[in-house]
Design a protein. Structure first.
Length: 320
């Protein structure tokens, strides 16, 4: 088979942390759709790399490696040694999903959230928030179904169980005609989870994160007319905003000059999400917005335009 007609192989190097894996999944899904690429997951822990290999770009021996990649994408600092060791593979381009601690000259491209304070350049794409695997909804459900996603203590916001619980119960009381689905997360304190469980009833369903499946959030967002999120998890905020479902933030004070808190503020300033005191904007009937926050798609198109020849046709995709 002529190499020019073969679908490209793309390696996604993961440290298996859920947030990093979610970024890779979202980007990989869009690259597969746009280019017909074959996607291969590579666990960085399976190929430990000494520092000298990373510095010199000397690829390690790998057991049963996937087909030769056109593109290697890594997320999480635990993947960087392997990414750098592979950077000299023939006809391979390397991409890092974050602001790395190593010089950008060592990779072919970087995709970095705006809150990391990097500058856009020929080889750097700046995204609003973090890439995720959510696909924007074609249209919103007309049903009064609301979703609440509760996080937990973090370095970026002052967490208060009572404040979070009070705001959730206030929303339920203000909008009694709505049905509510409330989900906790791995970081939600047990005491708050217990209090949320007590809200279970005809209009309220409480779901524990360990009882959800990989596509649960996508399915739940598709069934929701509004979503409320605690701001401590930028990935949860970005997933909700990407869905296109009107999204509100529960009110928690930011810690100092947190870069993540600044990133969430950027999303508020651009009206991708709303603050607690704007709850009527989230809960009222409103025209569906045509602008979309779909950074996985934008990043995939940027990479495709720069690095990937699509089998069977010239690559004329314009950068977004």
């Amino acid at each position: 088979m002529n190499p020019e007609t073969r679908a490209p192989a793309i390696w996604l190097i993961t440290d298996n942390k859920p947030g990093h894996k979610n970024q890779l999944k979202g980007l990989g899904n869009r690259l597969r759709v746009l280019t017909g690429a074959s996607i291969y997951w590579v666990n960085a822990a399976d190929s430990p790399v000494p520092l000298w290999r990373a510095l010199l770009g000397v690829a390690p021996a790998m057991d049963s490696p996937p087909p030769a990649p056109a593109l290697i994408i890594a997320a999480g600092s635990g993947t960087h040694r392997l990414l750098l060791a592979l950077r000299r593979l023939r006809k391979t381009r390397t991409v890092v999903l974050m602001k790395p601690a190593f010089p950008l000259a060592w990779v072919d491209a970087a995709i970095i959230p705006a809150h990391d304070n990097a500058k856009a350049s020929r080889k750097t794409l700046i995204t609003e928030g973090v890439i995720n695997a959510v696909t924007p909804m074609a249209q919103l459900t007309p049903k009064p179904e609301a979703l609440v996603l509760a996080g937990g203590p973090s370095r970026h916001f002052v967490w208060e169980d009572d404040a979070v619980f009070s705001q959730i119960t206030d929303l339920i009381a203000r909008y009694p005609e709505w049905r509510w689905t409330i989900s906790n997360s791995r970081r939600t304190p047990a005491a708050l989870t217990a209090k949320l469980d007590e809200l279970q009833g005809p209009k309220v369903t409480v779901v524990h994160h360990e009882n959800t499946h990989d596509n649960w959030l996508n399915h739940q967002l598709a069934a929701s007319r509004a979503v409320w999120v605690t701001p401590d998890s930028v990935s949860m905020v970005c997933e909700a905003a990407t869905s296109g479902v009107p999204t509100g933030l529960l009110d928690l004070p930011a810690r100092g000059r947190s870069r993540v808190a600044k990133g969430v503020t950027r999303l508020v300033e651009q009206s991708w999400v709303f603050r607690w005191n704007e709850h009527s904007s989230v809960m009222s009937e409103q025209a569906e917005r045509h602008a979309r926050l779909w950074e996985a798609d934008r990043a995939a198109r940027w990479l495709t335009h720069r690095f990937i020849t699509i089998p069977g046709r010239a690559n004329k995709e314009a950068p977004h």
